[in-house]
Ligand binder design. Sequence first.
Ligand code: NDP
Ligand code: 2IT
Length: 445
Amino acid sequence: MYNSVESFMDMVKTKNPGEVEFHQAVFEVVESIWDFLQDNPHYMQAKVLERMVEPERVIMFRVPWRNDRGEIEINKGYRVEFNSAIGPYKGGLRFHPSVNLGILKFLGFEQVLKNSLTTLPMGGGKGGSNFDPKGKSDNEVMSFTQSFMTELQRHIGPNTDVPAGDIGVGGREIGFMFGQYKRLRNEFTGTLTGKGLNWGGSLIRPEATGYGNVYFANEMLKTRGDSFKGKTVAISGSGNVAQYSIEKVLDLGGKPVTLSDSSGYIYDPAGIDRDKLAFVMELKNVKRGRIKEYADKYGCEYHAGKRPWGVKCNVALPSATQNEINGEEADILIKNGCICVSEGANMPSTLEAINVYLKHKILYAPGKASNAGGVAVSGLEMSQNSLRLSWTSEEVDERLHNIMKDIHATCVKYGTEGKFINYVKGANIGGFIKVADSMLDQGVV
Ligand code: NDP
Ligand code: 2IT
């Protein structure tokens, strides 16, 4: 038995050497649920937390493929099947050169608690590859994804493990993977989510993470009698999550002013309106260009190699990647008037940044609560596939909105400290209880 957060973390670090992002994600959870565990000692007695930080299964494999020059390239492929206590493993696939086992374990661990919060029956998993889609032709992306799926297919299935997209994996990649899965298995199933609308996809799935994050932020603002109306909003990233966050911020009367990619950020104080958003969507989803071209077109500032957290804003929606806001940047955000940080990305704030938010008691939602809309609509896609029916966009959007409200209510239930809502604690305890109780029900698993 461990008698402190430190001794528990020593065990995690010893068992998982060098996996710094995984250590960070586990620490954030363990620290915030520690008091709850002391008050409910049966969880520690049954070693539930120790079990939960060990994935049920990790699959690692070789992905050989041929590029357009006829050369063979070899990437690493992974699927971390983290926890199936409340449903089939569910979570995205990330294609990015930075992908390694530690990053996928952090993402898989977060996914377990996130999926629990959605109220839907989904376990947690994550996978991907160190493949870099940047600069690759459609043909190269297809060759790679077909090879990737040739191995992955034997480990997944609609009742086993249901992957989806994440960084570098969007509609194009899901399409190629679905096609290959179907060829190899000779079955048409809902094994992947984020599918095209003609072949089993759900309306609102592309929008879901961004919309859901803005719905969640709006719920937080409401607790202080506030709203998005007239708010200046800083957003990072310019991919799936960032794009649909902009759309919903505009719907609610806010003014988005930044976007970024791994090369730099643009600052458009006049606001990114619907026409400019259409340009970004074409630029990023079709032309696969760099965000700098936005500044060239609209004549606004572009800051190469920088992140957008120095601009004046009321709300920040980090929607690019992990550890993209450090403690110093969190301080600057708050000094510049930011009252709300709602995470579209997974773990975009460092532990130091989170401590700054909590110290200043701003509205802060960790991604496992605020970005759960994406996987929630993936869960709804699974339901529609099982029913062999499809729901209207209004119906899916309403379900998404209600799920985000329910997640907010769970955070309030478990995170209220006097007048302050500690969403980190609320999300972690709320997500933990359902998974932990299910594991206890199922014996030594
Ligand atoms: P996309 O691939 O569509 O977009 C990612 C964006 O983030 C791009 O603008 C990319 O820039 C930027 N980015 C990626 N890596 C880095 C990096 N290391 N440094 C700076 N910028 C970077 O991915 P998504 O929009 O789907 O994902 C964004 C975040 O949201 C991720 O953290 C993901 O895990 C999370 N998320 C996604 C969900 C979904 O449904 N898609 C659901 C829940 C969370 P560039 O083009 O230069 O690489
Ligand atoms: O991080 C995430 O929640 C996702 N990338 C979405 C996962 C999913 O299964 O839709």
